[in-house]
Write a protein that binds this ligand. Structure first.
Ligand SMILES: [Zn+2]
Ligand SMILES: [Zn+2]
Length: 158
């Protein structure tokens, strides 16, 4: 038994783990789940547990360093970008992209609400097909053909 290992300050170890977790999250632009962050962190810190990764993600979210997204899907996802922004999610593959608010109507609306409320977070998610899933493929055409049998019922022709 090496005494150095036993006496290693816990706080320091947590900090270096947390830094690695944060680095890995920042390398994932697709808003990964805790499991996905864990899979990546494990390659660098093979002895880390999922619980440790999850706890550190929670702490980072509480600190405001990252964001915890709990509006989409069954599993919570984490976002390395703590700034206020919205998301667009693909219904086919689950890919999730950032939607910066910029000077949009939405950001102006938030500005108006801000007069009476202090807005800290926006939970708005757009759902659709990502460029990859939207791409014209045989599968898509098949789907459209099938849809042709039932589609259009009760819908006025334009
Ligand atoms: Zn997709
Ligand atoms: Zn995001």
């Amino acid at each position: 038994m090496k005494m150095e290992n036993v006496l290693q300050p816990r706080a320091f170890r947590m900090t270096s783990q947390r830094r690695t977790i944060l680095e890995e999250l920042r390398n994932c632009r697709w808003h990964p789940t805790a499991d996905e962050v864990y899979e990546r962190v494990r390659r660098k810190l093979p002895r880390i547990s999922l619980g440790t990764v999850y706890r550190n993600l929670e702490v980072l979210a509480l600190q405001g360093t990252i964001r915890k997204l709990d509006i989409c899907g069954r599993q919570k996802r984490f976002d390395a970008d703590p700034r206020m922004h919205c998301h667009v999610r693909c219904l086919e593959c689950g890919a999730m992209d950032d939607l910066p608010l910029g000077d949009s109507t939405l950001s102006r609306a938030i500005g108006e609400i801000d007069a009476s409320y202090e807005i800290r977070e926006v939970r708005l998610e757009f759902l659709g097909l990502c460029p990859k899933c939207k791409a014209p493929e045989r599968a898509c055409r098949d789907r459209d053909t099938r849809r042709g049998h039932s589609g259009g019922v009760g819908r006025p022709d334009t």
